[in-house]
Structure formats: structure tokens, C-alpha cells
Design a protein around this ligand. Sequence first.
Ligand code: TRP
Length: 378
Amino acid sequence: MAKIILTGDRPTGRLHIGHYVGSLRRRVQLQNTGDFDEIYIMIADAQALTDNMENPEKVRENIVEVALDYLSAGLDPARSSLFIQSQIPELTELSFYYMNLVTVARLQRNPTVKSEIQMRNFENSIPVGFFTYPISQAADITAFKATTVPVGEDQEPMIEQTREIVRKFNYVYGETLVEPEILLPDNEASMRLPGTDGQAKMSKSLGNCIYLSDDAATVKKKVMSMFTDPGHLQISDPGKVEGNTVFTYLDAFSTKAHFEEYLPEYQDLEELKAHYRRGGLGDVKVKKFLNNVLQETLEPIRQRRAQYEKDIPYVYEVLKKGSETAENKAAQTLSEVRRAMRIDYFDDEELIRRQQQAFNERKAREVEGRRRGRGGRK
Ligand code: TRP
């Protein structure tokens, strides 16, 4: 079976380093292994509109930002189709059919949707489109017959819901769709990178993000004012590593090579953590190291971004081409879905012939019946 990736992001802002370690870094690695037959990376504008209905300009402006982040992180249009969700009408049609396979109660149990409803104060006025976005996400994934969906942990309920829809569809209509596997980041810190203020999540509204597109000075400023261990007042005090954002970021970003280059007096992160726990290691030193690590990671991304920013028409060309490729694939799947669901009327010559024959036979029986009837009364 072909190995196919589909994943994507809502275009509601520039991407930050939480997106990067949560999924983007992985996509680029997977792309570069060459192990996948097809890779689709989607800018989920239609999904973004489900909770930004009154904000179409925000979504519109952020398409290019996300596309720039993709390209500068290393996604290569020659190997990955980058496309815009709303340009693939097949996805909407699939969603409509999948709605028959999902109950309202099942949607209400989706933990990610539940917490989003709370966060947005939707409780008593949930837009239907927002409520059903997990179904539309199942359409996104299955339209491409994706086998692998690299995403952050918050997307797990969506993939589970997709798998249920696939199983139900295949059971009712016959084997048609492919059940996808989720691919989560391989370390805990990358799974949920906290904000620079130590809050559970990086989010634009909390102002605690480091963006892929931040310049070097901004990154440094954000790192130097990061949340650490509030109990670690003097350098000599023993410090806590758990819940210490600087160390969480190091868990997500630092490698042994970074130690060799910037902090050779330590073998690795374990040794650095041990020293911090013992006491005698100041926050500033650790922050400076983290700054070096982040700059090394982000500098090539920034440089590529600066290049792509000079040629915005090219970025749109990439998205347009990618959308064409994506639509071809989705149209193929949709036609298989229509056939399986018995709504492919015009493509089914056998159906038309068989029904004609049935009507002919019925007519013949009626004629025969009337003839006999007259005969009987004689
Ligand atoms: N829900 C994802 C997000 O919040 C975006 C998305 C839409 C997605 N459709 C998808 C991700 C399909 C993976 C697969 O960023």
C-alpha cells in the first residue's frame, strides 16, 4: 500500500516553535527520508473559518505567512504538495456524506472540541460548522488516503474520530477508505511545548510565543526573560528542572552537538540538569545556552524566509500548483466514495440498462394480465 502523509495547520497566525517541534520538524524529516509516496500539507482555511467566521481577513492574510513558514522550515514543493483547503471542493462533499456516519453525542465527547468550546465561550451558541469540524478533518485525511498524519497531541481525538468514520464507511459501503495512523512527536517536551511564561500552551493571545519568523534579537529577548524555577533565587540554590520552561525547551531542541559547540564543559543535558538540581548553576548561563541552540535552529529558517519573502507571487504559484495536485487526488477518492455509496448514477450504464429492462418487463406483464383478464370475462 502507498505511504501517504496528510497534515496541516489553521492559518490564524504565523507558526511558532511549538508548531515546529510539535509537527513541522517531523514533516520535513519524513519528507527528506524519501520513504513516502505522496505528501500533502494543507493550510486549513475552511477549518479556521469555523471559529473565525467574522474574521475572513485574518485568515486571508495568514495563508501566505503559513506558506512562508512551511517553505522556510524546509518543506519542498517538488516533494510535498502544499495546498489550501478551501480550494478543494471535494472535501466539502465528503464531509457531507460522512455526517451520516457520526452521532451528535459522539461529537460532543471529543475532548479537543470540548475544550475549544469552553475557550471560545461558545457554550450556548456553538456554530454547527465548528461543532462538526472533526468530520471535515476526517474528509481532509481520507480524501488523500493518508496512512500517516504527523500532528501534535491535541489532534489525537480527531484522528481517532477519523478512524471510526473510516471503519463505519467501509463496513456499510464496502472497503473504500484508508485508516490513518497518527504520528506524535517522540519526546514529551515536543508534544506540548509551554509558552515562554510557563503557561501550558503557546498561544498568540497569551503573547508567550517564539515565532519561526522572529529575528535574532527578539528571540534572545524572549529567551532571557523566560519563566524558570521561581524558587531558584540564588545561583547556589538547588533548582527545579521539572516545569522549568528553559529546560523543557532544551529537552525539545538541544542535541549533543549543541553541547560540544556551546557548552563543552557538560557532556549532555542530563549533566546540565544534575548541576542545576544540585545548585551552583545560574539561570542566565542556561538561558544563554538555550539562546544559542534556538538561534542555530532558527537562523537557516529565517534566511530562507527572507529569500521567499522577496517573491510572494512564487509562493502563491506553489500553493496553486499544490492545490491542483491535491484536487486531482481528492476527486479520485470522491468518485470511489460515490460509487461505493451508490450515487454514481450517470457512470453506471448497467444501472440504466437494468432499470430499462425491468420497466419493459413490468409493462409486458401488465399487457399480458389485461389480455388474460378480458379473456376470463368472456
Ligand atoms: N486541526 C488542525 C489544527 O488545528 C488543522 C487540520 C485540519 C489538520 N485538517 C487537518 C491537521 C487534517 C491534520 C490533518 O491545526
